[in-house]
Every structure is written in C-alpha cells, then in structure tokens.
Design a protein around this ligand. Structure first.
Ligand code: ADP
Ligand code: MG
Length: 566
C-alpha cells in the first residue's frame, strides 16, 4: 500500500541516490494505483517513469467518449493537457541537483495526434508521467519525495483523471471538433478534392520556431469563388471554404505574397489541429507528402529512371545508390520513395526544389541537347503522374510560366488572398510562338522492387543502441539519421516512436523476404491496430510516443546509412 512507499522513503532519506531503486513497484493509494516502473540511476540521468491508474467505471468516463479511434485520440489529448495544467497548478518544483523534483507528462503541441501519455478504456484511466526523484547532490531527499508522491500526485490525479472534476464542456467540444475533422477527411475524398481550407482560417504562424497562430495582423483565408464549396459538419454546421480538386494545381504570385505559407499549412493538414489554432478546418489528404531537394542525403537502391537516366560514369539509376545525393537526384528519390509507400498528393515548393529538376526551358533545350541531359524535369512527368497513377500535385512556382501548360488549375496569391487565374494563364499560353518541347523519359513511374535486408541492422560492440536527439536526429550505434528535412515529422515523440519502431523492425519484422513497403506496412498496422505501446522496448511505462505516419517511418529508414536493399 501507499504506507509501504512512505516507510521506504523515510528509511532511505539522506542516503545515496541508488537507494531509490528500492521504491520500484506498485502501491495502492486511496483512489488510484501508482506504479513506479523505472528508477533513474542518478539525478542527472533521464527521469524515472511512473504510471497512475484509476479504475474506470469509478473514474466516470463512459464508453461512448472513446469508442472510436478519433474520439479516443481527442480524449487522450485532452486529458494529457489537463494533467500538464494540473501539474503546474498543484505542484511546486523545489530545486535540487540535476532533474531533481521534475514532474511532467509528454508535451502536446498544436497538432492533435494519437499519443500514449494517457490510456483510457473500460477498465482504467491511466496517465504516464516522468519524475526526477529529488536529491541534493547525490543524496536522497526523502521528505521532498514524500511531498511529491503524497501531496502533489493525489491532487493531480483527483483533478485530472476523474470525469466529475474535468471541464466536461471543453472535453466534449474537443471530441466534437475531432468528429468534424474526421467528417471533412471523408468528404474531401468523396468529392475528389485533395484539400479543404475553410474561409477564416489563419495560415501564417507566429514565427519560424513557433507553430502558434500569427497574432494580430494575420489576414484570414478566403476562397476564390470558383473553388468555394459548402460543407455541413455534424457538429459545427455549415462551413464554406476552398476545395482544391485533384489534378495539377499551381500556386503562383509575387514574392512574399503568401505562397509558401499556404503550402506549409497544407502539408500539416495531414494532421488535425486543436481549437484556436486557426487551421481547425484545414484538412489535406492524409497521405500527402512534401517533396524537397535534399542534397547530401543517402539513397539506397531506388529506381529513379523516370527522372534520371544516363548519368556520367554509367551510374545505375534503376537501382540508384549514393552516400551523398545531389539536389536533383535526392528530389527524384524523394518522389519515388513517397510513391512506393502510396502517396496520392505531392506538395512541392520552388523555394526548396532543385531548379534543374523542376524546369528546362526552350533556350536551354536548344543549347544542351536531350541526350546530354540526364534529367527529365518534373514538368514533363507531372501529368503522367496524375493521368496514369492518380497522383495529384500542388506546386508553388513563381518563376516559370512553362508550368501553365501542364496545370489543371492556377491559383494566384495576391496579398495573401488566393485568386483563380486559370483562364488568364491559358490565354497567355496560346500566344507563345516558340513553345518548349515536351521531353519524355521512356520509363514509366513503375513500382519499386526493394527487399529490405536483415543486414541493415548491424550490431555494435555492445549490442544495438538507438537514441533520439530532439525531433531531428536518431542515432543508431552512433550513426546519425538526419530527419531535419522531414517537415511533416512534427514532434520529438514521433521521433521516439520511430526509434522504437527501428528496434521492432529489426527484431520482429525483417526476414530478407519482405519488401521495404511490406515492412513499413506491417509495423504501421501494428502501431495503429494494437496501439503505440506495441513497439516499446520497456515494461510498464512505455516511454512517451506520438504516432508518426508511415511516410515518415519509411523516410527515416530511407535516410539510414546502414540500410541494405536487395
Ligand atoms: P512567398 O512564398 O510567396 O514568398 P511567404 O509564404 O513566405 O511568401 O510569406 C511571406 C510572409 O508573409 C511571411 O513572413 C508570412 O508569415 C507572411 N504571411 C503569409 N500569409 C499571411 C497572412 N495570411 N497574413 C499575414 N501575413 C502573412
Ligand atoms: Mg516562398
């Protein structure tokens, strides 16, 4: 019982930090169970992991609140934020050495994604927390630990995990919003759209390092009349906004008129956003992938022949590998890899593309003949992609009118307001006397046949250590995987989930027979059907995770420099 914990803490007070190991175990408090699953070795190490769990009929949450995947996601997010709020309200961290006195739950940002910080089902409501067990130097501060476990924790549990004490109205609103977002996702597919942006949405963000909405001077989004549709949401009712149709859509306009901002909002529309974010009713197809040039990345046996052929030195582009890909080859590989996993919408910004991959104008065609140019530019593939494979593209391009030729829709950003200029662009096209020649590579955008080999996961001297540094880096036995360019990987706890996924793939999935895609699909299905905890290497508290998309799992593997493909 809880009294046993108190006795141990009194006994080890002022002893060496290792004495804390004695508190590992389960303790029954009056209205919750505390599990101390992992105890840190010293005050500077990663914090200890604990769980608090309230039996559910008693907690008061009815099944109807969490009986679908998207509702549960919303409830878990809400309760996680509630726990965080109540920690700051009911707990005063007293200083000490290292992480001494820390008490926290995983962080939730602007996106509403599936997280494992809270578990809710018919048996229990459980929150997973991290604790820095209190110390002065390396001495146990038993009294501070008693205060943390016996005063703060019960208050936090009481205020956060019982239905009667949380704000019912806010919880229900959050579930209703999730329901509306889910509805829009279905509706854009039914209507053959790739995205919906509600009028009044706020697209620009506070700054390059903050995903909060721009405050004050943001100009709200308004749809061009030509694309305006009305949806009737199950909870919020009627919303008008822009439906972006399938096909090839150009976003043009002068510099600084908001082109990149709209594309960045679209690329994050694969996720749902919380109330007050400004992007609540901006929804993009879930499998949209942002494509960039990424010179320097490694590439392992990717068929890039649709874009690149006859490289100097007879480099193979059917199974193209590189430790240090160029701008254009990396962009080609990024597209082929996204197609392999099953994207049906590419998002491309000229700002982050390789020019020679995007365009090759009339004059350059005359000077450098086709047989001297290995690259078939994207402009000559974008229609094939749509017509033969049903893959749409939204492309930001302010610098080349050649693209009018291949576009279904041309939208111009004019002081942050989109205008339809498709007809004008078509008029301009008619005028050209010396048009650009269409160039075709012979290969079509065929499937990849890549088998993922077990030898991709070599063991180090002391086994295998996979570590995460922030959102952007996973290190595998000291070999870094660089995730900086994955703009749709938005949370370091997604990175954590991917790092555990690597272990899982290495230990449970690869067998030298499954293809790369099959490996990714297998692990992704496990994550979504069984829950994030399935990939955790730990017992008890599984480590904080947020659900990544399969595209980011694949992208991580594809940037892994030990990757071996047959
Ligand atoms: P472009 O890609 O067309 O050059 P950006 O999308 O980079 O332009 O936008 C330029 C600037 O305008 C950015 O600082 C951005 O935050 C700001 N901005 C974008 N959209 C809006 C808006 N709707 N209201 C106010 N400011 C905006
Ligand atoms: Mg731009």
């Amino acid at each position: 019982t809880d009294q046993q914990l108190k006795q141990i803490l009194n006994r080890i007070d002022q002893k060496g930090y290792k004495a804390y190991k004695d508190i590992m175990g389960e303790y029954q408090f009056s209205d919750f169970k505390l599990s101390i699953d992992y105890v840190q070795g010293d005050p500077f190490a990663s914090p200890s992991r604990i769980r608090v769990s309230v039996p559910n009929p008693q907690a008061g949450f009815v099944n109807q609140l969490y009986n679908t995947q998207y509702k549960r996601k919303a409830v878990v997010d809400f309760l996680s934020r509630t726990v965080a709020k109540n920690i700051s309200k009911h707990y005063n961290r007293v200083g000490g050495s290292g992480k001494s006195g820390l008490l926290q739950i995983g962080y939730c940002g602007q996106e509403l994604i599936e997280r494992n910080y809270v578990i809710i089902d018919d048996e229990k409501v459980e929150a997973r927390l991290e604790v820095g067990l209190p110390a002065a130097g390396r001495r146990v501060l038993g009294k501070n630990a008693i205060n943390l476990f016996f005063k703060a924790l019960p208050a936090i549990v009481k205020k956060s995990l019982f239905y009667e004490s949380i704000s019912e109205e806010k919880l229900i609103n959050q579930v209703r919003l999730a329901e509306d977002q889910q509805f829009i996702r279905g509706e854009i597919e039914n209507r053959n759209l790739v995205a919906f942006i509600a009028n009044g949405s706020i697209l620009p963000r506070e700054s390059g390092v903050s995903q909060r909405p721009m405050s004050g001077n943001a100009i709200p989004f308004t749809s061009p009349k030509e694309y305006e549709i009305e949806l009737v949401l199950p909870n919020h009712g009627k919303v008008k906004g822009m439906g972006i149709p399938e096909g090839v859509t150009l976003i043009v306009g002068g510099g600084f008129h908001g082109k990149s901002t709209i594309l960045e909002a679209l690329q994050l529309g694969v996720y749902d956003h919380i109330a007050g974010d400004g992007r609540e009713y901006l929804i993009t197809r879930e499998n949209a992938v942002k494509i960039k040039a990424e010179d320097g990345r490694s590439v392992e046996k990717v068929n890039i022949t649709p874009f690149i052929n006859n490289l100097p030195m007879k480099l193979d582009t059917k199974q193209f590998s590189s430790e240090n890909a160029s701008g254009s080859t990396s962009q080609a590989a990024n597209i082929m890899e996204a197609l392999e996993i099953g994207t049906d919408l590419l998002l491309i910004d000229e700002d982050t593309s390789a020019t020679n991959f995007m365009i090759r104008d009339r004059r350059m065609q005359q000077l450098v003949k086709k047989d001297k140019e290995p690259i078939t530019p994207f402009i000559d593939k974008v229609r094939t992609l749509y017509e033969e494979q049903g893959v749409s593209t939204i492309l930001v391009i302010g610098g080349s009118g050649d693209y009018f030729e291949v576009a279904d829709h041309v939208i111009m950003m004019d002081e942050y307001i989109p205008k339809d200029v498709t007809e004008v662009a078509k008029e301009i096209m008619k005028d050209v006397t010396n048009p650009r020649k269409v160039e075709q590579s012979h290969s079509t955008l065929t499937e990849q046949s890549r088998v993922l080999l077990k030898s991709s996961f070599p063991s180090g001297k002391k086994g295998t250590k996979v570590k995460v540094r922030g959102r952007e880096t996973i290190s595998y036995n000291k070999m870094d995987i660089d995730l900086r360019n994955l703009e749709q990987l938005i949370d370091s706890n997604q990175t954590h989930a991917i790092s555990y996924t690597l272990y899982f793939i290495m230990e449970r999935v690869v067998n030298d027979k499954l293809t790369f895609k099959e490996v990714v699909d297998t692990v992704y299905e496990k994550l979504t059907k069984k829950g994030l905890d399935v990939v955790s290497p730990y017992r008890g508290h599984p480590g904080n995770m947020a659900l990544p998309r399969k595209f980011e799992i694949a992208a991580t593997l594809n940037r892994f420099r030990y990757l071996k493909i047959k």
